[in-house]
Write a protein that binds this ligand. Sequence first.
Ligand SMILES: [Zn+2]
Length: 674
Amino acid sequence: MKREKYVVTSALPYANGPLHIGHIAGAYLPADIFVRFCRMQGHDVVYVCGADEHGAPISIKAEAEGVTPREIVDRYHKEIKAGFDGLHIEFDNFSGTARPDHAKLAQEFFLSLYKRGFVVRKTTEQWFDTEKQRFLADRYVEGTCPHCGAEGARGDQCDACGKLIDAVTLKDPVSKISGSTPVLKSTTHWYLELQKFEEELKAWLETKTYWKENVHNFISNFLENGLIERAITRDINWGVPVPLEEAEGKVLYVWFDAPIGYISATKEWAQNIGHPDRWKDYWLGQDTKLIHFIGKDNIIFHTIFFPSFLMEQDKNYILPHDVPANEFLNLEGRKMSTSKNWTVWVNDFLKDFDGEYLRYYLAANAPETKDSDFVWKEFQNQINNDLANVLGNLANRVFAFTGKYFNRTITQPHDLSELSLKALNESKVLVDEVAECYRTYKVRQASKLCIDIARIGNKYFDETQPWKAVKQDASTAAETLYVCAELLRLVSIALYPILPQSMMRLRAMLNINSIPVWDDSDSILQDTTLGTIAPLYRKIDDKEITVQLARLDAARKAAEPVVLEHKDFIGFDDFLKLEIRVVKVIEAEAIKKSKKLLKLKIDLNGEQRSVISGIATSYKPEDILGKNVAMVMNLKPRKIMGVESQAMILAAHDEGIISALVPDIDVKPGSEIS
Ligand SMILES: [Zn+2]
């Protein structure tokens, strides 16, 4: 087979929060599996990623926490990396975009596009949040879509009609940072004239007939709507400075600098291994295949924007070879939401389960052609059935039997029965199919076929009945064990990209201690003495799933609005029995020994009364003095703390907050309320 060269990337995780399972299913696990498979095939791969560390969300979060953006970035870089490590997602380099070498490269990209006439300077009006004194990035302003009239459209794109929006055309804009109404204020920015790339992009995309259908369709539709220029600079202080004198105080827009992070991460890797020019073999080597693994929300960036930057550089960069974008992963039938905590955080998962269990379940349910669903109960079933009952059980029965009757020795038989040959041949066919699945990013099918090999093994074991055979003709039983061990060896090759850790354990039990290469599937198992045997997988208890579901349930309850309880209806006559009037507070004093009560004197058109009122937690005497408030006048007088209260103030209660009802328009004390 021809040795191919690859750069494989996974979407840069944004450094303002930890990883959740949706990220893993979309961009990381599929890439890690693909990379492992390519390496098993003998290809030359560099696999890079890094944290996306610039942009407004990070600076806003830093401001809210009173720390520097760098502190936010360092915190999440560490957390994110720990999540990847726990899942055995192994990059050659996990870098970050807030590094000086990245800034240098991003500036070089900008200048190249600028000098070649693809960047234009424009002074425009932009939404400005006067309360927070900052310009609003497109996604920090929401309003009514100018195309379809849908409410809640973001400044960059409308989710309802899918069209791009020029933020200033949004109707009824609201700042998402402060909730205030932003104003238009003029500012100068640099724009990438994407429309100038349209023809070249179309011609390039026409060659991409082998792309996944969802990706190809999405991008064709997008190009048909036409491209418009897009700002690549911003007015914030956290980012890569724009390398022009007249652009002081401006930074490159994060969507511009982020994908360049793939290249800076590769450069950093080359430096780390002591061959600083090695990155050129990949990014400038025209035979390299550049593969971007991403979620579907990132398709535009990797098929339109980033290729446009790459096309107009002084260096001859390669363009993406493939962009196998995935659909989304839902959770228990609902869309994941990090703000509502409706997700499973990777680092939480790793406290309770082995990372490989997540790898297996997400591979078997990968959102390849449509959205898929993470369901805890199904997670339990799939781990317990596929891994413990089928694969783990085959290993366990074969190894235990070999230990008991054959002194832990597996011996190659001289001849093979028809049943044995059938089991071996069927399995070999599956291994070849699995390779094709990995090559075409079908990990769902790959995981299923791998377990099918173990199923063949269990069926064959049952049919040949070695527990009976061993008493009559030991060599028949030995043959069964050999064939099953060979099937386990095939599984350890085929399933390695998905479950590298447990497949290495399985191989160690077979006394094979090398990382598998795919060609190993063409050879056969030699005589071997088993290594140390231990269960491959553990079963997951119902109790463990109950705990996870309870956690989700708590998240849902916390996010749901409180349901109000209503009292029984009353007649209008009942209502008329109440005498409610506007009164003026003419004296107010605190009551000693009470944090809750104020003593008030009220006046209603000359008549005065004393009132004890439980509003002191929200009102000091001077706050209520002189105000007109609503009072129930005909509640029977009662003594509170030894003082008679001759009316009752009306107030709204919102958890600890008490708010006295005050008439909207000034009316004279004594006015009746009905
Ligand atoms: Zn719309």
